[in-house]
Design a protein around this ligand. Structure first.
Ligand SMILES: [Zn+2]
Length: 260
């Protein structure tokens, strides 16, 4: 029978080796499904990196954490201002009351007022004012406590915000670095993809793209006569075709079968 042979010189024995051309064709076709499998792996890696890139890009410049912390600090500042205002008002009222009390006491013990009725009335007024003064002093002390407590909260929140800002700046720098690295990776991967697809015929690449669009995974490994993607046994004829290296689709799920 007439048969074409490829010849090459064995680097080990130095002898001329012959092998049939049919074998050469077989290995070339096997390579197509292997290339498609590699293409799928590349596409999966590209997708993962694109997703990671998009996530990192969405975090870049996102000041939400800082804005929330700043809002909380602003609210505490506002509370502190209100408390200080209340403190000043209570103190002013106490000063005013003490002046009035001194005035009434002056009248009571000055000896100018002698009418018992008037004196009783002044005594009554004095006792009301003293009670109010005591009450105000308690209130003032409570306000002072709350002012001090809020000052501590503001100081801690200010420190926290400063630390958060520093962490955020650091994280942003890290994000920028990661983004640059991912963009570089993606550029390399896309170049590899370009090189790989240029080695596969357009029709097969189009078939791969079409299945990938529909099913995400276009190439399925075959193990023990079963399509790994849909887990259905393959017919003998499909298996034979797949083994020959021709792009063969699974009869059930339609994916291109790859026998490693
Ligand atoms: Zn299948």
């Amino acid at each position: 029978m007439f048969c074409f042979y490829h010849t090459f010189l064995s680097p080990v024995s130095g002898r001329l080796i012959l092998f049939p051309l049919r074998y050469k064709i077989f290995t070339r076709k096997m390579a197509v499904t292997r290339q498609l499998f590699q293409l799928q792996e590349l596409d999966t890696e590209i997708e993962q990196k694109e997703l990671a890139l998009a996530q990192k890009q969405s975090q870049l410049g996102n000041r939400q954490v800082l804005d929330t912390a700043q809002k909380q600090l602003d609210a505490e500042h506002k509370r502190l201002d209100e408390l200080r205002h209340q403190h000043r008002e209570a103190e002013a009222e106490v000063t005013d009351l003490l002046t009035k009390i001194a005035d009434i006491e002056g009248q009571l013990y000055g000896g100018k007022i002698t009418s018992p009725k008037e004196l009783t009335s002044l005594q009554h007024e004095l006792s009301i004012m003293k009670a109010r003064s005591d009450e105000l002093e308690d209130t003032t002390l409570e306000i002072i406590d709350r002012v001090e407590e809020t000052e501590s909260i503001v100081a801690a929140a200010t420190d926290d915000l400063k630390k958060l800002e520093e962490d955020w700046q650091h994280q942003q720098q890290q994000l920028s670095d990661d983004i640059k690295k991912l963009q570089g990776n993606l550029e390399d991967l896309r170049k590899k993809r370009q090189e790989l697809t240029s080695q596969i015929d357009t029709e097969t690449v189009n078939l791969y793209e079409k299945i990938r669009k529909q099913k995400k995974q276009a190439v399925a490994k075959v193990e023990q006569g079963i399509c790994r993607a849909c887990r259905i046994s393959l017919s003998a004829s499909v298996l034979q075709r797949a083994r020959s290296g021709q792009p063969t689709q699974c009869g059930t799920c339609g994916r291109i079968l790859y026998i490693s």
